[in-house]
Design a protein around this ligand. Sequence first.
Ligand code: XMP
Length: 507
Amino acid sequence: QILILDFGSQYTQLIARRIRELNVYCEIHPFTHAPDLTEDIRGVVLSGSPCSVRDPEAPNPDLSRYLGKVPVLGVCYGAQLLASQNGGDVLPATIREYGRARLSHLDATNPLMRELTSGSQVWMSHGDTIKTLPAGFEIIASTPEVDVAAYHVLGQPTYGIQFHPEVTHSTEGKLLMRNFVVDICGCDQSWTPEHFVDSMVLALQNTIGPDDKVILGLSGGVDSSVAALLLHRAIGPRLHGIFVNNGLLRKDEFESVLHSYKDLGLNVRGVDASQEFYAALAGISDPEGKRKAIGRTFVEIFDQEAQKVEGARWLAQGTIYPDVIESVSVKGPAVTIKSHHNVGGLPEKMNLKIVEPLRALFKDEVRQVGDALELPHNILHRHPFPGPGLGIRILGDVTPHKVDLLQRADDIFINGLREFGLYEQVWQAGVMLLPIQSVGVMGDERTYEQVVALRAVTSVDGMTADWAHLPYDFLAYVSNKIINQVRGINRVVYDISSKPPATIEWE
Ligand code: XMP
């Protein structure tokens, strides 16, 4: 594997993504917890940082445990750090280089630069620049503005680059990463989804005792479903899945997802607790109040059901790598475990140990593993859906009648997206039931009914999003169908706000 030492750059995760895309396993560790060199570590990447090496407070770990022993690649701050630790000069750049630049000179005979082309576009983002290199460091690439765009330490496999190969604007960045990871570090490119499945199944079998039972909360989402399939392959029916219907799922979703799980042979119990959730939500209008009521009820129901599994030793969770990195980030000690991953006090109360089979994977890798495990397409490519479900898409208080109205409108919208071949072009979609009524006319009658807003966004990770530019014909079709078929709704509007400043959900 490749070790990525994180100095807090916004791009560190991208370095990991690029290396994983080469089918090479890598891990990010904060520089404050730099691991010792083991046989598994074939190379080290030093990340960028918002800090300046000239600042006495800036990260300055002892790297002697790696240097000269395994290949090391410093990226941006990492490159400046290596240069400055060895006596080079790092100074504020006269012009701050931010954005695209072109490599004007490069030494194509150097293994790091092999097959890169002169004039290749690279992405720069730095306020400091390496003015003079230490003795024994040679320049292997420059741009018109930056002499030391890349260097090599003579006699050892240590390299530094000022630009960011992990950003897609560096058009040959992937080739450079391949040169480092495969040619220089000698990693074989065997880390595929199939390889992950085989090794994780073995690891689970070795960790979980031969008679141990494992409890897992399933939601119908990709992460928990993939975790379930891995565990099922490892321990079969000793996996006890619990799928709670909170009454706030999409129309017919509980039945259809449960059916898919059964078809996959999973040992899953469906628990319909809709009434308990409606009772807990009665009269609550405040969004955070609703989230809390839903969360609390979920923990109660899950607890009750889990206690019924006699002799359970483990609680499985669908934690994925971004959650893990967040919790050990160099930016702060805060351990942020997403609330839906944390099932109340269950692990302590039942003396359960935690198992997290997906904690090394990024979201897209979870999908690839799901594909390798033949998770059905309808679950694998499902839009994200919030844990509190329709509860936060009904603005104001939640009643079973409102849930019914919204489920029917939402079903028309989502099925419409599928019928028009738009479902997979959209990252997430849903309908919001607004707490207002408006006047309409139907036949000879004046109506005074609810308004719904359609929401559909394009996004990569949900952090930022644009409203989806859906065709007018499609919007017209959905609007007509909702107003004609869902008694109680007489007006449909389309949300054309981006995130930021709006959010995807309305609550
Ligand atoms: P926002 O509305 O913040 O949503 O732009 C970003 C993503 O997060 C989902 N979301 C939630 N997911 N519990 C969840 O599990 C929540 O309380 C929650 N609130 C928002 C939202 O659906 C979108 O995918």
